[in-house]
Structure formats: structure tokens, C-alpha cells
Design a protein around this ligand. Structure first.
Ligand code: AMP
Ligand code: ZN
Ligand code: FE
Ligand code: FE
Length: 277
């Protein structure tokens, strides 16, 4: 089984890289993409365990970018053998902007009356700290009853605790991925604000290579729509569960939400062929 979208506890997943590989083996995933937010640390740490377990790993990353005043997630996949030196340096800059955002987010949450500090949140994400860690603290302290409510009322882009984060533009994110020899896929297009089909010319002009047609948030109809867009615009297709472990317990590695995901074999073959082409 193939799963090209997963998170470790180096970002906002709950599994250590070793636990994620064990979960892949248990679930029957033999080709796995690790796509932590703004860090390669999970992938780096998973490599030995993956080799021992016979799981083929794809080096990936998930970037938050800005497009028309909304956040759009872009997956970068690096299949070549090239070093990622300059790209890794750039990723460190993204981590710095995230830390700066986290400080303002903690201040904002305290203004709203919650006892939440940036130190507490940072104690959770090993490599990077994200809003889900703040949400977790708010649940544990009883301010909200679950992560969903934390986002809906306080942390979502449209909610009252949201604070701006300096993010690269969509085109800049794609350009950095491609300059590093990677290919860029539009993550979970269902979550993009606006009509993706109308945005396609612009996304392609920015250099987008692929679209994540298969994702645990997509129903069959949506997957069909995104497969159609990939075909029409000559893009590769990627797919994955967006597994976060206990941070999103309803989503399973490889099979998504209640078994709604199955990434076809040809996704893997076409992706590999594109690199060798
Ligand atoms: P951050 O990268 O710190 O801004 O946090 C973004 C992460 O929070 C995303 O990758 C999702 O996992 C999660 N997230 C963002 N918006 C929501 C939402 N409305 N509901 C639940 N989780 C969300
Ligand atoms: Zn995440
Ligand atoms: Fe995402
Ligand atoms: Fe993700």
C-alpha cells in the first residue's frame, strides 16, 4: 500500500518516526512519504528504521503558503539524490517565522483569558510547534472540549484567536521546492479557499507539478474532480492519508477516514517515472 502524506512528532503528529514506521508495517504500507510541516527531521530520523523494516521512504515536506490572502498547503517531494542544503537553510527561516508567530499566538490566547504559554506549546512539538499543540493544551486545561472546538472558536483563520504568520507566497514555495530538485503537489485541494478549478491556470503558471487527488478529506466525487484537473493540466497525481496519529485519531495510515482512501499503484509508478524522465 502507498501513503504519501504523513506526519511525525517532529511536527504535529503524535508518532515518533520509529513508531510511524512500525505503524506503516502494521497497516501494510510499504511505500511511505513523510511530509512534516516545515521540517525534514522526522524523515531523517525514520530512515534507518524504514530500511530495517523494508519500507520505502519518500522524503517530503508540507509548506504553508499564501495565496490570495489564504493559507494553501504545498507538498514537496524529493526523489532525486541531490543534497538539499540551500532548501534546508530556507526551511530554517520558515521555522523562525513559526516561532515568532507562536509567541504572538500565546499572547493573543492570554488576552482571551487562557493560561497558555509559548513554552508549554513548544515543549510538545519536537522540531516545530503548531496550532494543534496549542489546541491540545486548551483541551487539557478544559477551555474547550476538543481540538475541533479549539480551532473553530479560536485558532482557525476565521476565528478570534488567529494571529497572522509570515508565510512564503504559493509561487515562492513551489519555486524553492523545484529549485531543490523536488516536485510540488497541491495538498488536500478540498481545503483550498475558492474554486480550485478556476485557480488552476495560476497555480500551473507558478510551476505546480502535481495535485493530491487522493486524500482522506476527499469523497469519491472530489477525487474524480481533482483527477480530471490533473489530466486537463498535465499534472502528476499524489495521494495520502495525512496521518497525524492520536492528534487526528479518526484518520488511519494508508486507508484514511473509515477506509475511504486507496492510493493506486500507478501514482507511485508515474511519480518515479517523472524523476527518471
Ligand atoms: P500551523 O501550521 O501551526 O499554522 O497549524 C496548521 C495545522 O493545524 C494544519 O496542518 C492542520 O493540521 C491544523 N489545522 C488548521 N486549521 C484547522 C482547523 N480548522 N481544524 C482542525 N485543524 C486545523
Ligand atoms: Zn499537520
Ligand atoms: Fe495540510
Ligand atoms: Fe498534512
Amino acid at each position: 500500500m502507498i501513503d504519501l502524506h504523513s506526519h511525525t512528532n517532529e511536527s504535529d503528529g503524535s508518532c515518533s518516526p520509529e513508531q510511524l514506521i512500525a505503524e506503516a508495517v502494521r497497516a501494510g504500507v510499504d511505500r511511505l512519504g513523510i511530509t512534516d510541516h516545515d521540517t525534514f527531521a522526522g524523515y531523517d530520523r525514520a530512515r534507518d528504521a524504514a530500511a530495517r523494516a523494508g519500507v520505502e521512504l519518500v522524503c517530503g515536506i508540507e509548506l504553508s503558503t499564501r495565496l490570495h490572502d489564504h493559507s494553501v498547503h504545498v507538498l514537496g517531494y524529493f526523489l532525486g539524490s541531490g543534497g538539499l542544503g540551500a532548501f534546508r537553510d530556507w526551511v530554517l527561516e520558515l521555522q523562525a517565522s513559526r516561532r515568532e508567530r507562536n509567541q504572538r499566538l500565546a499572547i493573543r490566547l492570554r488576552e482571551l483569558g487562557f493560561d497558555v504559554t509559548v513554552e508549554e506549546a513548544e515543549a510538545r512539538g519536537r522540531g516545530i510547534t503548531g496550532r494543534p499543540h496549542f489546541a491540545q493544551i486548551m483541551v487539557e486545561k478544559g477551555y474547550v472540549s476538543n481540538l475541533r472546538q479549539a480551532f473553530d472558536e479560536y485558532l482557525d483563520e476565521s476565528a478570534k484567536g488567529y494571529v497572522y504568520r509570515r508565510e512564503p507566497s504559493f509561487a515562492e514555495g513551489v519555486r524553492h521546492i523545484r529549485d531543490a530538485g523536488g516536485f510540488a503537489s497541491l495538498a488536500h485541494p478540498i481545503r483550498v479557499a475558492g474554486d480550485v478549478s478556476k485557480m488552476m491556470p495560476e497555480l500551473c503558471a507558478a510551476g505546480l507539478n502535481a495535485i493530491e487527488a487522493y486524500h482522506s478529506d476527499h469523497g469519491p466525487g472530489e477525487t474524480e474532480i481533482y483527477l480530471g484537473l490533473a489530466k486537463r493540466y498535465g499534472l502528476l497525481v499524489t495521494g495520502g492519508s495525512d496521518f497525524h496519529g492520536a492528534m487526528k485519531p479518526e484518520v488511519s495510515l494508508g486507508t484514511g477516514y473509515k477506509g475511504n482512501l486507496r492510493v493506486p499503484e500507478d501514482v507511485w509508478e508515474r511519480m518515479r517515472a517523472s524523476v527518471n524522465a
